[in-house]
Write a protein that binds this ligand. Structure first.
Ligand SMILES: Cc1cc2nc3c(=O)[nH]c(=O)nc-3n(C[C@H](O)[C@H](O)[C@H](O)COP(=O)(O)OP(=O)(O)OC[C@H]3O[C@@H](n4cnc5c(N)ncnc54)[C@H](O)[C@@H]3O)c2cc1C
Length: 392
């Protein structure tokens, strides 16, 4: 007797890193028997967050479920060659593990300490540093205004995010997943179940399971399903700059102002949240914001007084305005419609854990390795929040 489930039709809307990770994990799940189709309207990924990201991974979260997701994520990224090679074609995502360095003034020190004890309790390799200790490690850093710093000692760094997306996609295709270039318009449903994904032009793709992995565009797809998903595209700009400064051993630094920077090849990249956030503004670079960034950069690293911007780009955080965390798993009213939305700036690093989790949900009916249920979208209808304090 076979222990596989009956032939299932799965349609995933969105072929970014999240949709492709789900497709890969499901196609390789031993208990899954069925067909997987990924609907992606733009195979060039011109506006997809997965192609416009800062592509970094950290363990320094305030929520245990996010810590656990990144713990699985870093292990997966370290062994990506084993997981995602296709016919001897071995992906290289250039994982560089140099840590995150969170900096706090007196105002933020208590939160850093609180996060530290949560992180230590969950096995994160992280150390609190006094300003003097931080400066000893990183002599190029200005620490006069600081009260505390928190440095990830392992398991944190950056990688090629587009490379990860491509590796998931190629592996998924090699396992039989079909990518279709089309625009989805919504989910046809009756009697509490989704029966098909509807496409522009009126075609319908029947399905047993549908997945909404449409990134910053997930919300309008749910119109008519009784859920107003609080996920919006919030523009974030990344600036790549050159400087004669030397910053040996530079981790990804998060300034108390919210500005972050890290090395990228011979350059550095940086970003900061805008003073006023608006939903779904066009993806144009805000060059004025770099002037503001530069003031903070030069204050934090005196060598950055001389910088020259080389290029810049803008992408969307698929921002969950409810509580800045992923909204995952069954739609509260349509259990065979799975959501994978609202990652709010940490979706790339969570893609392995999310892919594995939703694959288990479809193939086994439950999260069997890592319990992702704290991220359930059900919390929206119950009015609960799962607030992530460490949003960059
Ligand atoms: C500037 C910036 C920095 C970031 N830094 C980090 C970081 O350091 N670490 C980290 O983990 N994360 C980071 N993120 C977040 C991360 O990039 C995202 O969370 C992640 O890429 C989301 O992946 P996704 O597949 O859900 O969305 P996307 O990559 O946007 O993919 C969604 C896809 O769905 C398609 N689509 C949408 N609607 C439809 C439709 N109706 N029909 C068909 N196709 C559709 C789109 O074309 C798109 O390709 C950053 C994001 C930005 C913008």
């Amino acid at each position: 007797m076979s222990n596989t489930t009956p032939l299932q039709q799965v349609v995933i809307v969105g072929g970014g890193v999240i949709g492709s990770a789900i497709a890969y994990f499901l196609a390789s799940h031993p208990s899954f028997g069925g067909n997987i189709t990924v609907i992606e309207r733009d195979p060039t990924y011109a506006q997809a967050s997965s192609a416009l990201s800062a592509s970094s991974i950290r363990q320094q979260f305030s929520q245990p479920v996010n810590i656990a997701a990144s713990q699985f994520g870093i292990g997966f990224l370290r062994n990506i060659k084993e997981h995602l090679a296709v016919d001897g074609d071995v992906p290289d995502i250039g994982l560089t593990e140099r840590g995150y360095l969170y900096l706090a003034t007196e105002t933020g020190a208590a939160t850093l300490r609180e996060n530290h004890s949560t992180q230590r309790a969950h096995g994160v390799d992280v150390a609190l540093l006094t300003p003097a200790e931080a400066q000893q490690r990183f002599p190029w850093l200005q620490v006069d205004d600081l009260a505390l710093a928190s440095l990830g000692l392992s398991g944190e760094g950056w990688f090629d995010g587009y490379g990860l997306l491509m590796a998931f996609k190629q592996k998924a295709r090699s396992l039989g997943v079909q990518y279709v270039k089309a625009e989805a318009t919504g989910f046809a449903h009756s009697n509490g179940r989704v029966s098909a994904v509807t496409l522009q032009g009126g075609a319908q793709l029947p399905c047993d399971w549908a997945v909404n992995a449409a990134g910053a565009w997930a919300r309008p797809l749910l119109a008519g399903t009784g859920l107003d998903l609080p996920v919006y595209g919030r523009r974030r700009c990344v600036y790549a700059f050159a400087s004669p400064a030397k910053t040996p051993g530079c981790p990804l630094v998060i300034d108390p102002s919210g500005l972050w920077f890290r090395p990228e090849g011979d350059l550095w990249i940086c970003g900061l949240p805008p003073a006023q956030d608006h939903n779904d503004v066009p993806l144009e670079v805000d060059y004025d914001l770099f002037d503001q960034a530069w003031l903070t950069l030069a204050n934090r690293v005196p060598g950055f007084e001389a910088v020259r911007m080389q290029r810049a780009w803008a992408g969307y955080y698929e921002y969950n305005t409810h509580d800045h965390n992923a909204l995952l798993g069954p739609h509260p009213h349509l259990p065979n419609l799975l959501l994978a939305n609202g990652f709010s700036g940490h979706g790339l690093q969570q893609s392995p854990a999310v892919g594995r989790g939703l694959a288990e949900w479809m193939a086994e009916g439950a999260y069997t390795s890592l319990d992702l249920s704290p991220l359930a979208a059900q919390r929206l209808v119950e009015g609960r929040t799962l607030l992530e304090k460490n949003v960059i």
